[in-house]
Design a protein around this ligand. Structure first.
Ligand SMILES: [Fe+2]
Length: 455
């Protein structure tokens, strides 16, 4: 690394230079045969020699690992062939917006048989199961805004809830896909300004909005990602019905949230939201590390981002806040069959460890990788035959596997896909897939089992 290399292009974030593939990967330990499917992970990867100006802005690259009956059949990586990769810009010189010119670099999901690479404020790109790009997806012309990288699939209905935020009114738009993948519902939601909204939550009766004080700064347009902390923008959480744009807002202590763990309704009708919370200094420090403009707090004792619980009571209009744990974490995950429903466990990562957090008892298990290794998001895959843990006599909520790609800080060391038993995280991985190359630390992944057919 030269002294001129930005931090978001160095060490565990250093991009790879090309696309490759390999078959018959070496595995140590024993891969559970039931893990038959594909693990895909998205992240920014600028082209060789390119400086994207911000960690969040690099071109999307998918890394895929095919697991099959106890074997690791293949690995391959592919850039998403976006219009941006061809040089198009999201906003043209005349101010027109090209929704197909996003970087598609943040997450990857499968819904209604479509595999989508996602980046907020732009169209998703549809991929083949072999990671070939099929093209931008606007759901038959019905999506006229961008799409968040964190849509929420309702496990009870199969519907996919999503939104877009923008720089002009309406600053926020809600959308919903049917279980068949048809865009059936869209309407604007009123917020006072151009807030950066990376994630949201759902419960059976509510959409949960995060209207938080990181807002567009027009003076920063053209310099990385043009958002900054605002001391004058009120931090609020909002509750909205599924078919009514009226929102009930709850003022909260100033903070920012990139990622929601989950939300649910308790037996008193209150909405409980668990998410990773940044105070102002922690946000500024994290933003500076990612490549944003430096600000106060960058060099200060900034604190960490940690799991936090907000309990919102529609009957009284009050909100209470409490820390769930004080460990510095990001990328919370859970059994996706519990999205919007009560859960006990969240999984997350700090820089060098995978952790398990019990909503009653805080951090209950961790697997440390050592200081040279960076932990990627741990995706939970339910064990075969398990249930979501919510019914009497059911299996434990944590009966399943955690899949995480880990990256060494030396660019010459190949990466690994770790498989942990979520009931015994501290025991270390049950299997390690030795990947044929390094995989830069990135953002979000997903497991697509063969039992969920693609289109
Ligand atoms: Fe994210």
């Amino acid at each position: 690394m030269s002294e001129q290399t930005p931090s978001y292009l160095a060490g565990h974030l250093a991009p790879v230079q090309d696309e490759t593939e390999a078959t018959g990967l070496h595995v140590t330990g024993a891969l559970p045969p039931e893990l038959t499917g594909r693990y895909f992970r998205n992240g920014p990867n600028p082209l060789p020699g390119e400086d994207s100006g911000h960690w969040f802005a690099g071109h999307g690259m998918l890394h895929g690992v095919r697991l099959e009956n106890g074997r690791a059949a293949w690995y391959r990586n592919r850039w998403v062939r976006t219009r941006r990769l061809d040089g198009a810009r999201p906003i043209g010189p005349d101010g027109t917006r090209d929704l197909a010119a996003g970087a598609a670099n943040t997450s990857v999901i499968q819904h209604a048989g479509r595999i989508l690479a996602l980046m907020e404020t732009s169209y998703p790109y549809e991929l083949s199961p072999e990671l070939d790009t099929l093209g931008p997806c606007d759901f038959g012309g019905r999506l006229t805004t961008g799409m968040t990288a964190h849509p929420k699939e309702d496990p009870c209905t199969g519907e996919l809830h999503l939104f877009d935020y923008g720089v002009r009114p309406p600053y926020l738009t809600y959308h919903r896909l049917t279980a068949d993948g048809e865009l059936a519902t869209s309407f604007p939601v009123e917020v006072p300004g151009p807030t950066m909204m990376h994630d949201f939550a759902i419960t059976p009766h509510h959409i949960v909005w995060l209207d938080l004080p990181v807002v567009l700064d027009p003076d920063l347009v053209g310099r990385g990602v043009p958002y900054r902390w605002s001391d004058s923008y009120t931090a609020r959480i909002g509750l909205m019905g599924r078919n009514d744009p009226a929102v009930r807002w709850f003022d909260i202590e100033p903070c920012y949230v990139f990622h929601v763990g989950n939300a649910h309704e308790d037996d008193r009708g209150r909405v409980v939201l668990d998410a990773v919370r940044y105070g102002p200094d922690a946000w500024r420090a994290a933003w500076a590390r990612a490549g944003g403009p430096p600000g106060p707090g960058q060099a200060a004792a900034a604190g960490v981002s940690s799991l936090h619980r907000w309990t919102l009571d529609p009957a009284t209009g009050t909100v209470t806040e409490q820390a769930l744990d004080d460990t510095g974490v990001e990328f919370p995950t859970l059994d996706d069959r519990l999205v919007g429903l009560p859960h006990r466990y969240l999984y997350a990562v700090d820089s060098h460890a995978i952790v398990k957090v019990d909503s009653e008892h805080g951090l209950v298990a961790r697997h440390d990788l050592g200081a040279d290794w960076h932990a990627g998001e741990a995706v939970f895959v339910p064990a075969a035959g398990s249930t979501d843990g919510s019914a009497a006599g059911s299996t434990g909520e944590d009966e399943g596997w955690l899949l995480s790609i880990v990256t060494h800080r030396s660019p010459s060391v190949p990466s690994r896909l770790l498989v942990h038993d979520a009931t015994d995280l501290a025991a270390g991985p049950v299997a390690t897939v030795h990947l044929p190359r390094r995989v830069p630390a990135g953002f979000h992944g997903t497991w697509i089992p063969d039992t969920e057919p693609h289109r």
